[in-house]
Design a protein around this ligand. Structure first.
Ligand SMILES: Cc1cc2nc3c(=O)[nH]c(=O)nc-3n(C[C@H](O)[C@H](O)[C@H](O)COP(=O)(O)O)c2cc1C
Length: 293
């Protein structure tokens, strides 16, 4: 994973063999200003058996702990631990969780409304139907039904490219990473996206980290379909920006959004003239073969 500079190296002779402990410095300025990562990795002979890492964004402002010092302490403790109980380091310790092996779809639809049979859910069904008509697989994630906790801003994802929170997010990350088209169907809630969708958007920082740390890029096109109770373009000002930032952060290329207003009056998006056609046409345009040259 690391292509950084080896700053310290120590050989530890034990009855189990010779271990090598390395302190590696990576400059991650290209990801965030001033970001650095220190990795302590342990090799038994030539085989990597364990890796620990700390980055400068994990350390809160004003902390007495400096990232470099933390890495030094980690290095010394690891060296001591390897010397005192080498048998525990003989076999590889996997500290990362792999993403699920299955769960890839051509079209991934993030349905942000808590209303199971509401307008956004209806729009999601039009999208999955349109995908099927065009011969593509799709999956609608009803985000409200999933256990997705908010991002805790630990920045640990920039160490290994995985998030330490144990919930339903890996399935979404797996799907987004392999999708060709990502659709966000959502109502406007107090000017922006509902909290459940915002949690997913924030947790997708993990995908950003996977891109940067592991080089796993998202190559999808994106479509936002938003519904609002009030009339006019004003309710969509913030939501288009938030979803635009989400897509921009991950390198998802967005199409023009479909914005459907005045639903406090119409109530049912199925009865809004032209809405279904607009949604289907927008998705069809993304699914059509294109010349990328
Ligand atoms: C908590 C909450 C906040 C809302 N905030 C707004 C808002 O700021 N602007 C707006 O135009 N509509 C707002 N609405 C109305 C919804 O966007 C509208 O009812 C939409 O059709 C609901 O979509 P759904 O059926 O997919 O849940 C709000 C609704 C709720 C429940």
């Amino acid at each position: 994973m690391s292509g950084g500079t080896i700053e310290k190296i120590r050989a530890v002779e034990t009855p189990e063999g010779t271990f090598t402990i390395r302190l590696i410095h990576d400059d991650l300025e290209s990801i965030y200003p001033g970001m650095v990562r220190y990795t302590v990795d342990i090799l038994c002979g030539k085989e990597p058996v364990a890796t620990y890492a700390v980055n400068s964004y994990e350390v809160p402002p004003g902390s007495l702990v400096d990232t470099r010092e933390a890495a030094e302490v980690l290095f010394s403790r690891v060296a001591h631990d390897v010397a005192s109980r080498p048998h525990t380091y003989v076999r590889s310790r996997h500290l990362t969780r792999p993403l699920p092996g299955s769960g890839a779809y051509d079209v991934v639809i993030l349905q942000g409304s808590p209303r199971q049979f509401g307008n956004s859910a209806r729009i999601a069904s039009w999208c999955s139907d349109e995908a099927a008509r065009a011969g593509f697989s799709s999956r609608v994630f009803f985000l409200h039904e999933l256990d997705i906790r908010p991002c805790i801003g630990c920045y640990a994802c920039y160490n290994f490219g995985y998030c330490p929170i144990d919930d339903d997010m890996p399935g979404i990350v797996r799907a987004l990473e392999s999708a060709s088209v990502i659709v966000v169907c959502t109502p406007v809630y107090t000017g922006t996206v509902p909290a459940g969708l915002k949690a997913v958007i924030d947790r997708c920082q993990w995908l950003h980290a996977r891109e940067k740390v592991l080089g796993r890029e998202v190559h999808a096109r994106g479509l936002l379909v938003a519904v609002a109770g009030q009339r006019g373009s004003e309710p969509f000002v913030c939501i288009t920006r938030v979803v635009g930032m989400f897509m921009g952060n991950l390198g998802i290329r967005p199409a023009a959004p479909v914005l459907i207003d005045d639903l406090d009056r119409a109530r049912d998006v199925g009865k809004v003239e032209g809405a279904e056609d607009d949604v289907r046409a927008a998705l069809r345009a993304l699914l059509a073969p294109r010349d990328e040259g």
